[in-house]
Structure formats: structure tokens, C-alpha cells
Design a binder for this molecule. Structure first.
Ligand code: FE
Ligand code: ZN
Ligand code: ZN
Ligand code: FE
Length: 283
């Protein structure tokens, strides 16, 4: 999961521009087993940092394996939903949304679809955290990089991201180039791989997430790379925003960088969701 490596509290990063329309749609909760803090503190931090809207998107229970440190058990899903809905009633000024981050596991799409349909989510974020069963972003399994060919790995990752888009399960694709997390890159031109993936995402009408989580990881960059985001914006793919906060201090993490980053990539609107219906807002 993208939050397992660094769980530290982020620096104080209020969004410096007044009148911001920024939203943070990717907040976790301690239910996943690798996040900390009370949900009230996530919301309060988001309000202090000037978010126009925020949303929890904790990890959907994993359907292909069991690991208490990766996601809540299935039996807890209704309690997660009830807790976020109750919080939203107590903080109307937070415009709190109910989301979920679901792993794209090609062998279990029916099960994922039925879990997602069982709750009144405002949006579903799809994540590629596994490449053919290997949790490539999990620091526990870093050894896997030694046994694999980096160019093939990157090709396979972006192929799976396209598959995730085409699955129809998701509203948003999380941290679109998570494969760069540990800073290991193939020495190949990514142009064609990016272009092919972007075309598949555009044809699927899914939004992509711009995530500041990568800034807290060894790679030290926003997900996705500017070259990828520029292609997405040219293709008309809507952009959603997230910090992937695994602690209250990470809410809106480094969001003061986003206005310039988005503008430089030709992105002028962000996507917001309610009841899985998308709306675009001009920044
Ligand atoms: Fe993730
Ligand atoms: Zn994530
Ligand atoms: Zn996580
Ligand atoms: Fe996440």
C-alpha cells in the first residue's frame, strides 16, 4: 500500500493561496492497520489547511489474501461507512465524502464489484498495488525488484493500469505511476507506454489522481510524472486530488505545490464526486 513506508507526520503545509478550490479525496483511517490518528483530527487538519472538500478512501478489504496490516476485515466495512457518514454530519463545513480505495486484482473483479456496490460510496479509487500477485510497493517485498527486469515491469504496470481503467469498477485511478515509488526506473523511453495507457484511460472515462504521496517516498516526486499528466490533460482525462494521508498530519500534504504543478501540465479543472457522479470544477 502506498502509505506503508513513511508514516511520519507531514510538515505544516497550509494551502497558501486564498480562495482555494482544492480537495483531498484520499484519506485513510486506522482501520486499515497501517494508519494512525482519529478521524476527527484528519477532518480538523483539512479544515485548518483550507480544503474546500475532503473524502476518506480507506482500503477496501483485500479479496485475494488476508493481511491485517493492509486492510480492514470485510466485517468492518459497514462500521467504516457509518463512521464516515456520522463524521460528515458533525462537520458539514468539511463537505466530507465517502470513498474507498480498492485494489485492482484481475482474478477477483466480481467480488470487488459486489463489495463496492454494497455501500453508498461517493467515489471508488482503483489502485494497482500488485503485479501478478507481488505487492511491488510494499517495503517488505523489495527483494522482488532483484528478480525482475525493470523495463518489463514498467510495461506490465502500465498495462495493468489500463486494465484497471477498462474494468469499469473505478471512478479514479490512484497514484498513476506508483511503480516509481522506490526510485528505480528503466532506462527506456516511456513515450509509447505512457501514450498507450493514457489512450485506454481516456476511452474508459475514468479520472486520474494527482497524489502528493510520492513526495514522502524515496522517489520524492508527485504521482504521476508531469509528462504523463500533460498527456492526460491533453486527452481530456479529469484529474482528482489526494494526499494518501495515513495520519492527520498528512492531510493536504504539500498541496501548496499543486496549483503550479497542475497549471504547468495544462490542467485547469478538478473532478469532485457525489454518489459516483462526477462534476468538474475550475480551479
Ligand atoms: Fe494505494
Ligand atoms: Zn494508495
Ligand atoms: Zn495504505
Ligand atoms: Fe491509499
Amino acid at each position: 500500500m502506498s502509505g506503508t513506508a513513511a508514516r511520519g507526520q507531514g510538515p505544516e503545509t497550509p494551502i497558501s493561496r486564498p480562495g482555494t478550490r482544492l480537495v483531498d479525496y484520499h484519506l485513510h483511517t486506522p482501520r486499515c492497520g497501517h494508519a494512525t490518528g482519529s478521524l476527527d483530527d484528519y477532518v480538523r487538519t483539512g479544515l485548518e489547511r483550507g480544503l474546500a472538500e475532503m473524502g476518506f478512501a480507506d482500503h477496501l478489504p483485500l479479496v485475494h489474501m488476508h493481511d491485517d496490516t493492509l486492510s480492514m476485515p470485510v466485517a468492518e466495512l459497514p462500521a467504516y461507512v457509518a463512521e464516515v457518514l456520522e463524521l460528515g454530519r458533525r462537520y458539514p463545513e468539511a463537505a466530507l465524502k465517502l470513498g474507498i480505495e480498492a485494489d485492482f486484482v484481475p482474478t477477483h473483479l466480481d467480488r470487488i464489484a459486489s463489495l463496492v456496490a454494497s455501500q453508498p460510496f461517493d467515489y471508488v479509487i482503483g489502485s494497482v498495488h500488485f503485479i501478478d500477485g507481488w505487492g511491488f510497493d510494499d517495503p517488505r517485498f523489495l527483494n522482488g525488484y532483484r528478480e525482475r527486469d525493470l523495463p518489463k515491469l514498467w510495461r506490465r504496470y502500465f498495462e495493468l493500469l489500463g486494465d484497471a481503467a477498462e474494468s469499469g469498477l473505478f471512478d479514479i485511478l490512484a497514484h498513476p505511476d506508483l511503480i516509481k515509488k522506490f526510485g528505480m526506473r528503466p532506462d527506456v523511453d516511456m513515450g509509447e507506454i505512457y501514450a498507450d495507457c493514457v489512450q485506454r484511460i481516456a476511452a474508459s472515462d475514468v479520472a486520474i489522481e494527482v497524489s502528493t504521496a510520492g513526495l514522502r517516498k524515496p522517489v520524492g516526486e508527485i504521482y504521476p510524472a508531469p509528462e504523463f499528466l500533460r498527456l492526460c490533460c491533453e486527452a481530456g482525462i479529469p484529474v482528482a486530488l489526494g494526499s494518501d494521508a495515513h495520519g492527520p498530519g498528512e492531510v493536504a500534504y504539500a498541496f501548496d505545490m499543486l496549483p503550479d504543478f497542475l497549471a504547468a501540465c495544462g490542467c485547469r479543472q478538478i473532478a469532485v464526486f457525489e454518489g459516483r457522479v462526477r462534476e468538474l470544477r475550475t480551479l
